[in-house]
Design a protein around this ligand. Structure first.
Ligand code: FAD
Length: 401
């Protein structure tokens, strides 16, 4: 993914992208459909990809411009300034980044563009009923059958499985080696008879995730990433990217009807609590954490660009989890007794309740807070490794449950 930076100056880049946006961006996409599957959105994203603004850091062979991080940032700033979506996917599009880094050229030709334009929807087939924090314990099996692998097993907590065209799947391909060494990583086609998706209902009332039952599902061998039994390395890199995104971006209020809903200072002012000394302290703490976290994420991204799966990403994700819980507590305190209300008539209270429940998305999804602490302890602080009695024995001999 590393490519020599473009010889264009920063001012050239800014001028070029600004002119392109002026000529092409009309800001007429329905806001509610911003990240949905609307035809307008598809048409716009296709345009962004054709103009090579979607993944600037990538090489020209794969829709990019070989821009440096600083140049790509300029493009993203200009897109943000006019509220145009589609740029910066080389930083945020986990599926495309994983495909680019580890996929075969044939697979990249078939899928990469569709993933960037959103025409191909994706999901993550990692967690299983007996393997969540310890993903190396997956028991879903993939067995070679001529040009395909045949997959059997069960996944759970699969966000977006209902609409996904492909799932990034980890499955066991060798049971006679220790658990980390017998796992392979695939792009599994979801729309086939061997894949059954059953939705689960969340505490927020939404149904984003699902159980997925795999019965003789087929995946072409061409969709194997990183090599047979080499899936653990692919997974570690993909998880680091996922944590980096979760450490930077988190879902805001559900209704998000006005800008003030996201601005904590404006909320405190609106609630008449801006001069409350205790709440001011809490407010300053949340804003301070946000700033430090943004700087930390920039450092982690720089590490990741050198090709390492940065454990510093875990710091960012852990910090974001803390920020979201603290922010939910602050919103509740600002509203006082009114925070127990909910529904359309009480949008601020409804937001506070939603955010309090939804904060668990970040503190569980993509690896729990406890697991992030283990990673930080072992890989950042150099503390002794957590004992793992089944690490070096053939997976076939590991006790299930
Ligand atoms: C909103 C959301 C979306 C998700 N989306 C997806 C998805 O799209 N695809 C997917 O595959 N998965 C998804 N997940 C699943 C998620 O990755 C797992 O829930 C998570 O990794 C924890 O696994 P588990 O639920 O099996 O809990 P367990 O691993 O059973 O853990 C239970 C508890 O024990 C603690 N624990 C476990 N091991 C240790 C240890 N070694 N040290 C200290 N504490 C430990 C955990 O922190 C946790 O508190 C999602 C989860 C959420 C909340």
């Amino acid at each position: 993914m590393t490519s020599a930076a473009s010889p264009m100056t920063d001012e050239d880049v800014r001028g070029k992208v600004r002119a392109w946006l002026r000529d092409n961006w009309k800001d007429d996409l329905p806001r509610a459909a911003q990240w949905s599957t609307s035809p307008e959105m598809r048409a716009w994203l296709n345009k962004v990809v054709d103009a090579r603004w979607a993944v600037n850091r990538w090489p020209a062979a794969w829709y990019g411009r070989g821009f440096s991080d600083a140049q790509a940032e300029i493009v993203e700033q200009e897109f943000r300034a006019v509220r145009a979506p589609g740029a910066g996917q080389d930083k945020t599009q986990l599926y495309a980044i994983t495909a680019l880094s580890f996929g075969t050229d044939a697979m990249k030709h078939r899928l990469l563009r569709g993933i960037i334009t959103g025409e191909i929807a994706m999901c993550l087939l990692y967690s299983e009923p007996g393997a969540g924090s310890d993903l190396a314990g997956v028991r879903t099996r993939a067995e070679r059958d001529r040009e395909d692998f045949v997959v059997n097993g069960q996944k759970v907590w699969t966000s977006g499985a209902m609409t996904a065209d492909y799932g990034m799947l980890i499955a066991r391909t060798d049971w006679d080696v220790p658990k980390h060494q017998g796992i392979s990583f695939f792009f599994l086609p979801m729309k086939q008879s061997g894949v059954e998706v059953r939705p689960l209902r969340q505490v927020t009332g939404e149904s984003h995730f699902n159980e997925v039952f795999l019965t003789d599902a087929r995946v072409p061998a061409e969709n194997l990433l990183g090599g047979l039994n080499k899936g653990w390395r692919v997974l570690q890199t993909a998880l680091a990217y996922e944590r980096s995104v979760m450490g930077e971006m988190a879902r805001g209020p559900r209704r998000n009807a006005d800008g003030a809903a996201n601005d904590l200072v404006a909320l405190a002012r609106e609630a008449g609590r801006l001069s409350d000394p205790v709440l001011r302290q809490q407010l300053a703490r949340v804003l301070g954490y946000r700033r430090v976290n943004a700087l930390n994420n920039a450092r982690a991204k720089a590490d990741l660009e050198t090709g390492t799966s940065s454990s510093i990403m875990s710091l960012g994700k852990l910090a974001m989890s803390r920020i979201l819980h603290e922010e939910a507590r602050l919103r509740t305190a600002l509203l006082g007794a009114g925070s127990v209300l909910e529904g359309d008539a009480f949008p601020r209270a409804d937001d506070a309740n939603f955010l309090a429940l939804n904060a668990y998305f970040t503190s569980i999804g993509g690896g729990t807070d406890q697991i992030q602490r283990n990673i930080i302890g072992e890989r950042v602080l150099g503390l002794p490794k957590e004992p793992e009695v089944d690490r070096d024995i053939p997976f076939r001999d590991v006790r299930a449950g």
